[in-house]
Design a binder for this molecule. Structure first.
Ligand code: ZN
Length: 368
């Protein structure tokens, strides 16, 4: 089953503000909420689809990744919102419907007393890749430090919320009784508080640890892209969800080849005689050397295309090419013997460009 575009799912434009995205999601969540559509499978699917779209578009990192890579980018690094559970969806509601108006709680009899645990923060690292690695994809092992739950931390149940993590407030209004759930202010929604902890642990019961993890980087990534690995960031306090590891891709320049979107550019310099008489020449590609044929009478500025020697498109839309731009080297100094030979050719008709050829050269000049 192919996935619908997240912007289409929420019915917002690509330029929609966070506020518009939240509003659109609220509307859909109310419309398709399971409490209102008991047992209706289709509503449940719509509900989940909207929640998944909101999860991505409301998170700046995920949104940026989605805008760049589409759905393909969401699975990179083993993360992504696949397998979105109802619990995940309800945990979003604290942000969407919580806060000042608490309307979700009142519409649906209280989101179920689910506690909203604090999530751990994200960690950002950089990875340097060569052009061949960006083309073929690569598995990299990285080491970094993250905050994890310290051993030996003792917790006590929060007395304020009795461990539920939420406090419920019932108000009498002209519509009748309205109940609102909000995170417990004493334990910040954890439902428990630290009673004692080892001295190495910080106030949140976390401790810094070096970890080593392996990251699968898909072929086709480019400099500046970010991959996000869910749950590889800092742990949240008290068993809250871990943040993400965000990996920024940096490029290592290649000696001879440059990248332009999914194409590879190579400038090949030919001698005057090679261009005139033709030759067979080896050129570097990202997969090693390739021999190409230079036709007799090749003009500077001509471009040869090595099909499929570029980068694969991350979204699966084909593969780029290598473009070989041909340049002709004009000697900057000649000895007396060479000079005498060239002077013999100076008046040869074949050495003078015709009017037709001149206009062809002018067009090439505009291209490069
Ligand atoms: Zn509490």
């Amino acid at each position: 089953m192919s996935k619908r575009d997240f912007y289409d799912v929420l019915g917002v434009s690509r330029g929609a503000s966070p506020e518009e995205i939240k509003k659109a999601y609220r509307k859909l969540a109310i419309k398709y909420h399971p409490d209102k559509n008991q047992g209706d499978k289709e509503s449940e699917e719509m509900f989940k689809e909207a929640a998944e779209a909101y999860d991505v578009l409301s998170n700046p990192d995920k949104k940026q990744r989605y805008d760049q890579f589409g759905h393909a980018g969401m699975g990179a690094g083993g993360g992504g919102p696949q397998g979105f559970s109802m619990d995940d969806i309800f945990s979003q509601f604290g942000d969407v419907f919580g806060g000042d108006d608490g309307m979700f709680g009142s519409f649906f009899g209280g989101g179920g007393g689910r506690s909203r645990r604090s999530a751990g923060s994200n960690i950002r690292i950089k990875i340097k890749l060569t052009l061949p690695e960006m083309k073929a994809g690569v598995e990299k092992t990285v080491k970094y430090r993250r905050m994890v739950q310290a051993e030996g931390v003792k917790y006590a149940t929060c007395k304020q919320c009795n461990g539920s993590g939420t406090v419920r407030r019932v108000q009498n209004t002209f519509l009748g009784q309205m109940a609102t759930n909000s995170p417990c202010p004493v334990c910040s929604g954890m439902g428990k508080m630290i009673e004692s902890k080892p001295k190495e642990a910080n106030e949140q019961g976390l401790i810094s640890q070096e970890i080593e993890t392996s990251i699968r980087i898909p072929g086709g990534v480019a400099e500046g892209m970010q991959l996000s690995m869910n749950g590889k960031g800092n742990y949240g306090p008290g068993g809250g969800a871990a943040g993400d590891l965000i990996v920024l891709i940096e490029g290592i320049p290649h000696d001879e080849l440059t990248r332009e979107e999914n194409n590879v550019i190579f400038h090949l310099w030919l001698s005057f005689t090679q261009a005139t008489l033709g030759d067979s020449v080896e050129v570097p590609t990202l997969d090693g050397k390739v021999r190409i044929k230079i036709d007799a009478g090749t003009q500077p500025g001509k471009m040869l295309r090595l099909k499929g020697k570029g980068f694969p498109d991350l979204n699966g839309y084909g593969t780029g090419d290598q473009l070989v731009v041909l340049n002709v080297y004009v000697p900057t100094k000649v000895n007396s013997e060479e000079k005498a030979l060239l002077e013999k050719l100076a008046d040869a008709d074949n050495f003078k460009p015709s009017a037709k050829e001149k206009s062809f050269f002018d067009k090439l000049k505009d291209l490069f």
